[in-house]
Design a protein around this ligand. Structure first.
Ligand code: GRF
Length: 205
């Protein structure tokens, strides 16, 4: 399967996918990263793609007159690589109607909380502030809400007392360790086995 991965930052989830592809004997992972897209330039995520010889594209909101134009550009740039699956891994923008019309149903996101708890851009901080004892990460299909699509898989991470001392930095790192493994496992299964969406259930044979 052809994957386009969207990033906005360090790209360690992207790196986990790149490593899974490279480490699987003769394409056994069942997917390859054909392009990496970002909403901003000069981020580690793009450098990771370049090091792996994967084409990249950048669609900056500021380069377009409005969000719809940006969304169109992002959809066009993504479509050029003919993806079977689009993976948002730390992509910090909410895509628009056109992108969802073209890639909905084959667009997954990874989120560093146990949805529906703590959607949005500050999930780890919000979970800490709430005082939860466990949190984790969720891989889900992207729908037209914010982190509201059908859940595919989740991983649990314990919250430690000392996590409150560093605004959740250590906790987010522990979550990302689980998240990277979960994302690689789920994307590989989706790519190899295919899947069916029935309401809020995603069946992977
Ligand atoms: C991940 O935890 C993702 O869930 C969140 O931001 C982080 C991105 O990390 N949205 P990276 O860029 O993959 O290292």
């Amino acid at each position: 399967a052809r994957l386009v991965v969207l990033v906005s930052g360090s790209g360690t989830n992207l790196q986990a996918l790149l490593d899974a592809v490279a480490e699987a004997p003769d394409g056994g992972y069942g997917a390859e990263v054909v392009a990496v897209g970002a909403d901003r330039g000069s981020i580690a995520g793009l450098e990771r793609a370049e090091r792996a010889g994967v084409p990249t594209f950048v669609c900056r909101l500021a380069d377009h007159p409005d969000r719809a134009a940006w969304d169109h550009a992002l959809a066009e740039a993504t479509a050029r690589f003919e993806p079977d699956l689009v993976v948002s891994a730390g992509f910090m923008k909410i895509v628009g109607k056109e992108f969802l019309a073209r890639f909905g149903g084959r667009f997954v996101n990874t989120h560093p909380a146990l949805l529906p708890s703590f959607p949005g851009a500050h999930a780890v901080r919000d979970a800490l502030a709430y005082g939860v004892k466990v949190t984790g990460c969720t891989v889900h299909l992207v729908d037209d809400g914010v982190d509201t699509g059908p859940v595919i898989a989740q991983g649990v991470v314990e919250v430690r007392d000392e996590d409150h001392a560093d605004e959740g930095a250590a906790l987010h790192e522990r979550i990302k360790e689980v998240e990277r493994r979960l994302l690689v496992e789920v994307v590989g299964r989706l790519a190899r086995n295919g899947y069916r969406i029935q309401g809020r259930k995603v069946q992977i044979p």
